[in-house]
Write a protein that binds this ligand. Structure first.
Ligand code: CP
Length: 307
């Protein structure tokens, strides 16, 4: 019987049990590299990146190779996509040659169209709406630090609303873990997504708290997470940078959190804007482990999708 394909487009499509399974599987993948070296034998997986990437692209390419697969790196500008061939027609071609495709693009709709039009797994490597691969790594990094399921763990996201925050909110809500967002009133989380999350929370039991005062938000925090203020493809806005200045993760702000607060950042960082070098390079920072764990979590995801 033909296996029904699974995509990884947003964590909204994954259950609490599946997310927990992926986190636990990552621990095994990280510890036992050789055990998984044939998972992608004879599989050809393409990476289609319409936006720059360091961590996601390299970790997928290395991860696919470590799992025994063959990786092709594609660029839409040098494909007929760049001359107007539709995403749905391109998907049919992917279907003919490939066993899977990892896509970083602008609009979530484009990746959804590709997933709809092919029978091979499609993985979201970042869109305007979601960045689920990043959040798998973030959740695993917290798990590895014995923080994810710690009772009353206070996790605070500081900054503006974007694809990373959307996916963090989904991941935490699915797992039933509380999350606080410290943000300027102009840059609060997407209202439609919040409505969806409120419904999920009725079962999962977590609480999302939005606080506009950054000092109040980070009070007694176990973890502070931040991300760039100007996302890829967005125009840099002087007004936005001015508005967000009080939300910079610096030594003064983190002095309101627990002394051993862990600092997270999905990187790349705009040093001295959303975070100071003093904090990013401090012993509190686990941003570099987060980045390393991209490799292990994505290998676990591929193992899940192809086993
Ligand atoms: N965090 C992240 O997705 O990094 P890249 O943009 O370098 O892939």
């Amino acid at each position: 019987m033909k296996k029904i394909k699974r995509d990884f487009l947003t964590l909204l499509d994954y259950s609490k049990e599946e997310i927990k399974y992926l986190i636990e599987l990552t621990m095994d993948v990280k510890k036992n590299k050789l055990k998984y070296s044939k998972v992608l034998n004879n599989k050809n997986i393409a990476l289609l990146f319409d936006k720059p990437s360091t961590r996601t692209r390299i970790s997928f390419e290395v991860g696919i190779n470590q799992l025994g697969g063959n990786c092709l790196v594609l660029d839409s500008k040098t494909m007929q996509l760049g001359r107007g061939e539709t995403y749905s027609d391109t998907a049919k071609i992917f279907n003919s040659y490939l066993d899977g495709v990892v896509i970083r693009t602008f609009k979530q709709e484009n990746i959804d169209i590709i997933a709809l039009n092919c029978d091979i797994p499609v993985i979201n490597a970042l869109t305007d709406k979601y960045h689920p691969c990043q959040i798998l790594s973030d959740l695993f990094t917290l798990y590895e630090s014995n923080l994810l399921f710690k009772k009353n763990m206070k996790f605070v996201y500081i900054g503006d609303s974007n694809n990373v925050l959307n996916s963090l909110l989904i991941g935490f809500t699915k797992l039933g873990i509380d999350i606080t967002v410290g943000c300027h009133p102009k840059y609060e989380p997407d209202k439609k997504l919040m409505d969806i999350l409120r419904e999920i929370s009725k079962n999962s039991g977590n609480k999302i708290t939005i606080i506009n005062d950054p000092i109040v938000a980070v009070k007694n925090a176990d973890v502070i997470y931040t991300d760039v203020w100007v996302s890829m493809g967005d125009e840099e806005s002087t007004q936005k940078i001015y508005d967000l200045k009080p939300y910079q993760v610096n030594k003064d702000l983190i002095s309101n959190a627990k002394q051993d607060v862990k600092i997270m950042h999905c990187l790349p960082a705009h040093r001295e804007l959303e975070i100071t070098s003093e904090v990013l390079d401090s012993s509190n920072s686990i941003a570099w482990t987060q980045a390393e764990n991209r490799l292990h979590t994505q290998k676990a995801l591929l193992t899940f999708l192809y086993s």
